[in-house]
Design a protein around this ligand. Structure first.
Ligand SMILES: Nc1ncnc2c1ncn2[C@@H]1O[C@H](COP(=O)(O)OP(=O)(O)OP(=O)(O)O)[C@@H](O)[C@H]1O
Length: 380
């Protein structure tokens, strides 16, 4: 449905340098799916989204929506944003304070290319407001809506045009934590029910995990990894991804042997660890093993299989739904997330059980070796 190929965008900055905001962005979003671009501030998410919308003219690359070429540097094609059949929702809802809910929603239809009768407009507006559960509030002033309602109004206004593609740029980030969580469910349900192909931009990893069919993790203008939320979380391909999504323990080691079927044995400070490895490293290579806190099983009894280490509970933090333990294994400190029913006090000697499938061997450096984002001084 949406195809972005080798998209590249650079900007001159105030110091006369060139900023490579998006570099070699290639992605494909199937019909009806929600695709998220996730990454830290400045990684190029918004630039990519704005290029798809036509609000930014890329330096090079190609963008196709539903088989229609929207942009191509090679073929010199650039379709104007209002001809792309795309709906957008921003972080700031940009609703008109002097208009009521009905008028806010009707506005895009009234200024649109298609001439619609009053009755047609009314039908479409009421349908869009119904979809976002704002029916009954048509004559309410937009400023008298709650944060969540204003956000839904912005969504209704994007949906009223029945766009082929919906672009959402941090749409929940202005809401408080509780409301954000609720809206996450609502957005997911809505997107699924309407089957509208959507691109979502966020720096919030839990939002990305909760909402997406696929996630592209970005850093320094590039896509670092694309996968389903589960793939990204369970099989990160780099330390950057493992660290950015959720929390994890990094254990440094040296590859002792490759044991086949995607596994290696690594010598580490917490002992010999069998770990999953997507690449096949040569023995002697340095690796870092990522082990999520919830994948360290703490017990008094020695596990009978998998990786086992012995340690001591150093600190114990009760968090209601779970208990976080800081464990001392030799000189290393590891964090484990356990069920609150586990009541071992600090100082207890325990065994740590770690399933090799959940120990992920990563070969790269902590930050991807991407070039620095500012690369050259422009010639004046
Ligand atoms: N119009 C512009 N002129 C100059 N530099 C720009 C412009 N727009 C973006 N940039 C730069 O391009 C890089 C990528 O910015 P972008 O807004 O795409 O990142 P982002 O991942 O969306 O960040 P955020 O989450 O903070 O919005 C940044 O270094 C930014 O400063």
């Amino acid at each position: 449905m949406l195809n972005v190929r080798a998209l590249y965008k650079e900007f001159p900055n105030d110091q006369g340098e060139t900023v490579k905001a998006a570099q070699d962005i290639t992605l494909e979003v199937p019909e009806g799916k929600l695709f998220t671009m996730l990454g830290p501030s400045g990684c190029g998410k918004t630039t990519t989204l704005r290029s798809i919308a036509g609000l930014e003219r890329p330096t090079s690359g190609e963008i196709t929506v539903d088989g229609k070429l929207m942009y191509s540097s090679e073929k010199k094609v650039f379709v104007q944003p209002n001809r792309r059949d795309i709906g957008m929702v921003f972080q700031s809802y940009a609703i008109w304070p002097h208009m009521d809910v009905f008028k806010n929603t009707a506005f895009p239809l009234e200024v649109g290319k298609k001439k619609l009768s009053k009755k047609q407009i009314e039908e479409k507006v009421l349908r869009a407001l119904h979809v976002v559960a704002l029916d009954g509030l048509e004559s309410r002033e937009a400023t008298k809506l709650s944060g969540g309602q204003q956000q839904r109004l912005a969504l209704a206004r994007a949906l009223v045009m029945e766009p082929k593609l919906l672009l959402l740029d941090e749409p929940l980030s202005n809401l408080d934590a509780k409301l954000r969580e609720r809206m996450r469910f609502e957005l997911k349900r809505l997107q699924r029910d309407l089957g509208i192909t959507s691109i979502y931009v966020t720096h919030d990893q839990s939002e990305a995990l909760a909402l997406s069919n696929q996630i592209a993790v970005m850093n320094a203008g590039r896509i670092i990894q694309i996968g389903t939320p589960r793939e990204i979380y369970e099989k990160p391909g780099s330390q950057f991804v493992a660290d950015f999504i959720g929390s994890t323990n990094f254990v440094e080691g040296v590859v002792e042997s490759v044991v086949g079927e995607g596994y290696i044995l690594a010598k580490t400070k917490i002992g010999l660890i069998k770990a999953y490895s997507a690449q096949e490293p040569v023995p002697g290579s340095k690796v870092v093993i990522s082990i999520r806190p919830e994948n360290i099983h703490v017990s008094h009894e020695r596990p009978t299989d998998g990786n086992v280490a012995e340690g001591q509970i150093d600190t114990r933090i009760f968090l209601g739904e779970y208990v976080d333990l800081q464990l001392k294994v030799g000189e290393s400190l590891l964090q484990a997330r356990t069920h609150p029913s586990l009541r071992y006090p600090a100082g207890t000697q325990v065994y740590l059980g770690m399933d090799p499938e959940k120990c992920i061997a990563l070969l790269d450096a902590k930050s991807p070796p991407a070039e620095k984002i500012v690369v050259s001084k422009a010639v004046s």
